[in-house]
Each structure stands twice: as C-alpha cells, then as structure tokens.
Design a protein around this ligand. Sequence first.
Ligand code: APR
Ligand code: PHB
Length: 392
Amino acid sequence: MKTQVAIIGSGPAGMLLSELLSRHGIESLVLERQSRAHVASRIRAGVLEATTVEVLRENGLAERMDREGHPHDGMRIVWAGRDTFFIDTQRFLGKRFMTYGQTQVQEDLYAAADRRGQTIFDESSEVVLHGLESNAPHVSFVRGGEGHRVDCEFVVGCDGFHGVARRSIPASVLREFEKVYPFGWLGVMARVKPLPDVTYANHPRGFALASARSEKLSRFYIQVPLDHKVEDWPDERFWPEFKARFPKDLAEQIDEAPTIEKSVAPLRSYVAEPMRHGRLFLAGDAAHIVPPTGAKGLNLAVSDVFYLSRALGAFYKTGSETLIDGYSAMALRRVWSSVRTSWYLTNLLHRFPTASEFDQRAQEYELDYLKSSQHAQAALAEQYAGLPFEPA
Ligand code: APR
Ligand code: PHB
C-alpha cells in the first residue's frame, strides 16, 4: 500500500489530522490498535477552548457541537466554603469556551471520516515504523492475521502516551520531562442537571470539580488517594463526599442519581521533545500529558494537529520545508504554556498529602490574591481560555 501520510492512532488527534490533511488535498491512512467501538466508548474531558471550537467550525465539524454543546463565559473557583469567584474569560478576553464531551467529538470525527471515505485500519497490531530518517519511510503492521506494509512520505504518531511512535525516536535524541502528582481523580457521569458554571472546589477534604455534558447530564470529579480504586467509591460514599467539598448553597443544587460511569485516573505532567524526528512527527498525547485540572489535553491535541496540517499543507503545495522544520518548536511553545497552566491550577486547588503548613498558607494566600486582583484573574482567564494560535 502507498499513501502520503501514515497516521498511527484514531483518537481525536489522528482523526482530526486525517480530516485537516484531506482539506489540504493530502491523502492519509489511519492505523488503530483497538476496535472502532472501543475507541468510541472512551469517556474523557469535555472543555473545548475557543481555538478548538474555531478549528471544528472552520472545517465543517461543529454542527452537532453547536447544537448540543454549552457555551460558558468562564469558570468558577469555590474555596473551602469561604469564597467564590468567577474567572470571566468573556469579560477579560471576549472569549468563551464550550462544554462538549470528547466522546461526542470522536463520534463527529468518525462520521466526517466516513463521509469522505477515509481509510482507517482498526484492530491493527504490531505497528512498526521504518526508515524514519530516510525520505521513504514505511510502516509495517499485522491485521486479520496477515502482515502488511504501507509506504509513505511522512508518519505521524497520534498514538497516545502508550503508543509506539515516541518510542521510535532514538533515546539519544529524545528528551523527556515528567512530574507525577501524589493523587488521582475519581470521575463519574450522572443524569442530573449540572451546576450553572464549570466549578472547581478547593476544600480541606480534597479537590472536587463539577462540569457538564448537557442540560441533564453532569460530569463530576473528586481528588482521591493514588491507591484508591473505583470499588472503593460506591455511590453511597461518592455523593456525600462530593457535596461535602462544595459550599452549602451549591451542594444544595446538586441532585443525586445512580452514576452511569465511574473511573479513576492518576495525574501527571509529561512532555517529550522534540515532536519531530526525520519524517516522523508526534501530535497529542503521544508527545505530552497534562493533569486534567486545566482541561488542556484535547485542546493541545487540536493545536498540534492544526500546526502540523498547516505545515504539511505548505510543504505539499509549495515544497517549502520551513513550517515542517518549525513545527516542533511552535507546538512546544503552546504545549509548555498549557503544561504550566495545568501545573499551576493543580497546585492551587488540590490538597497535597505532603504539604507543609507553609505550603498550605501559601496556597490560601494565592487564592486570596486571585479573589482580590482583577489582574490575577485576567492572567488566569487568558491561560484557561487558551492562547491564540501563532501565525505561520
Ligand atoms: N498502534 C496503533 N494505534 C495505537 C497504538 C499502536 N501501537 N498505541 C495506541 N494506539 C491508539 C490508541 O488505541 C488510541 O485510540 O492511539 C490512539 C491515541 O488516542 P488518545 O490516547 O485519545 O490520544 P490523542 O488522540 O492524542 O487525544 C488526546 O485524548 O486521552 C485523551 O486526555 C487525552 O483529551 C486528550 C486526548
Ligand atoms: C470535564 O467536563 O470532563 C472537565 C472539565 C474541566 C476540567 C476537566 C474535565 O478541568
């Protein structure tokens, strides 16, 4: 088989990349380890930055999002029942964000791929990347019990944190930066009406977050110790604990219902540099992981793919290699900005088991400063809303 760009992974990064490349007239082929049903069943975060919304709208991928998604003027921070303040991205920046589930984004991307007849080989195993430092790389894989080969001009690793692409970059070239947090998040989905705002709670019992999927479907999270599992949190334990972490007036607005999904995930920050080696590019979770506190994961996948599709579009149109040579540095500027914001919000809002009294006081006075300073709130609003894309 031959194609111009071989994409590894059919998550949001891989599927959006195939869409944007096709709009540049570039042919691609997607190789995915899991079944389509497995990929489509994943439940992830649900906050779309303004730039992500623009990319989806500009590429004909936003019809359902605009119908079912919910725009927000900002997000609310509530603090141990003491204070509450609204980080108003609309007032400070004229920018809103959208709550719309990644599950739905994935469905919309698959539907668009079907409409344009995109080649996706799911349930492909033993994917191996070859000749990345040549001008004629190829990918071998096994599917249906048979070995296959795809000759291509570029390979893009959209295969997530546990994928094969990043591991194909020589250890002598790859630089990795990691920070592991001493807690995880328990996330649930419940058919109850959401709070009016995406609301982050800092409480002595631990962090909590109330978000939305629709008028009748909420996504709730609480910070839990690293060794906790879903089984440790039956509904009868989850609901009182979740509500205890919010001020009374908000807790009273939270209805209870049987949870329809429950999962525990550890928090980490991770960045791999560079995001390009020879004819291989990395995009999305394959190159970076952020703690979900800043809701940046999906949005970074979108910004990587926006930059890379623009760069490959320029290469195929004019032969210029300027943008593909500049891709890694440009993508990493936005990655590190989001990694820092997610690290800041994680430190601001969680209870660290090893925090000293000094650490706790410093966190409380950071919240006091945010509460009292419009400048501090404007700076956080700018980072939470997401920075604009850099021009080519
Ligand atoms: N071969 C083929 N496919 C693979 C391989 C492999 N060796 N390894 C992983 N994959 C597939 C996974 O099955 C998955 O479908 O690559 C895809 C990677 O998708 P994601 O992990 O969703 O990563 P990405 O597309 O970058 O999207 C990032 O997803 O996980 C969330 O929080 C994250 O919101 C962020 C978004
Ligand atoms: C979500 O809606 O799932 C969500 C919202 C905000 C976050 C993380 C997740 O910071």
